[in-house]
Design a binder for this molecule. Structure first.
Ligand SMILES: *Cc1c(COP(=O)(O)O)cnc(C)c1O
Length: 391
């Protein structure tokens, strides 16, 4: 094996996750041009919605301009208004929380658990006891790893709270044989550029509730009443996806399983290649099948180095690593918000943020390139007393 110092920087940057096009995407976009459905109606939209419903098992899907838009309309459907408490996954991307703020709700952040890096059911129960008036729970499946849905869903049922799933990162991931994004009353997925499949930018609202589907279609197209003239009785939004953009998604959907298989290979190679180091991979439960969107590591308490040493090392070699999504309870903008931990009093989110790192997980990365990244990570531990120095 070569030494860390002999490695040359990558000529082409290795990304965390980048869009991967195949060819069919352009064909469907061209079809939209050829038939002049250059609008927010058309066959690409119909087929993308039908295709995602078929894939996930959701009864209804409405294609929107973003996953954030889908979450926003989910929050509205849950009836969130000024002062309403929404219990929310804490370690997530800010897009999970912003829609609560749009409707002047009050987010209360619920801590993670080590075994999934997702909402801890015990912490959720503490939150429900403290906020019996809470109206909704937003559950994130971070990095494509399913949360403990059954525990969380039964708590929601017991306390009469609406479950909203933010499956933006987890399209294709399964929990006990069922697709994420189909467990909540209202659910959101994302087709942002870095997600498992993309439309360049876009998202979809998923539900089994026919009235909710109808309402989302109406809200997303400026809440027009079905009359010959423009008649409005509710505030609407311009949230509909374009038929051009939907063509990209239609082409990508063909390759979703292939993307997941490649992501899983990347995860497994890291797991094997890094197994002698004082760290663990982002974990998942035996009853869950992640989509492996991002491979992450968690350094042991006594690893002797910080995640930033690895991140900066990879950056020097033109590969992108990124800190774990900084928990919402640590964000300056949410300073005044409550944060609920489990009964044992530990702040798991902060700990994972301090010791964790997202590794390059781009599916265009070759096995050779990934081996180099593994060697670079190993080289960060050289010279640390009691650590692997075999090279
Ligand atoms: C990407 C993402 C979103 C938002 O999706 P957009 O399509 O970018 O609006 C929401 N939640 C999580 C957890 C995400 O990662």
């Amino acid at each position: 094996m070569f030494k860390g110092t002999d490695i040359k920087p990558f000529e082409k940057k290795i990304w965390l996750a980048s869009p991967t096009m195949h060819g069919e995407e352009q064909k469907y976009v061209q079809e939209a041009f050829d038939t002049n459905w250059v609008s927010t109606v058309g066959e690409n939209l119909n087929q993308l919605e039908a295709g995602i419903c078929e894939y996930t098992g959701s009864e209804y899907g409405v294609a929107l301009s973003s996953g954030t838009a889908a979450l926003h309309l989910a929050i509205k459907l849950a009836g969130i208004e000024q002062g309403d408490v929404v219990l929310c996954s804490d370690m997530t991307f800010v897009a999970t929380v912003n829609p609560i703020i749009y409707e002047k709700g009050i987010p209360v952040f619920v801590d993670e658990e080590y075994c999934t890096w997702n909402m801890d059911p015990n912490a959720l129960e503490q939150a429900l006891l403290k906020y019996p008036e809470a109206k909704a729970v937003i559950l994130v499946h971070l990095y494509g790893t399913p949360a403990k849905v059954d525990e969380i869903r039964s708590l929601c049922n017991r306390y009469g709270v609406i479950l909203i799933e933010d499956a933006a990162e987890s399209l294709g991931a399964m929990y006990r044989g069922q697709q994420t994004g189909t467990f909540g009353k209202y659910n959101a997925i994302s087709f942002n550029g870095n997600k498992i499949i993309t439309t360049s930018g876009g998202g979809m609202f998923l539900t089994n509730d026919k009235l909710a589907e109808k309402q989302v279609r109406k809200w997303s197209t400026q809440a027009r009443e079905p009359l010959p003239w423009y008649q409005h009785e509710q505030t609407g939004y311009n949230y509909r996806m374009s038929n051009i953009v939907a063509g990209i998604g239609r082409g990508q959907l063909i390759h979703l399983d292939e993307h997941i298989a490649l992501k899983k290979k990347i995860y497994m190679r890291y797991k094997e290649g890094l197994k002698d180091l004082p760290l663990t991979m982002n974990p998942y439960m035996p009853d869950a099948e992640p989509n492996f969107w991002l491979s992450c590591i968690l350094l042991d308490d006594d690893a002797g180095i910080t995640p930033d040493i690895i991140r900066i090392k990879l950056e020097e070699y033109n590969a992108e690593a990124r800190p774990i999504w900084k928990p919402m309870h640590m964000q300056p903008i949410f300073n005044g918000c409550d944060f609920i931990v489990s009964k044992n009093g530990m702040n798991v989110g902060r700990d994972i943020f301090n010791r964790g790192l997202c590794l390059p997980s781009d599916i265009t990365m070759t096995e050779e390139e990934q081996n180099v990244i593994i060697e670079l990570i190993k080289s960060c531990f050289m010279g640390i007393p009691g650590r692997t120095n075999e090279r």
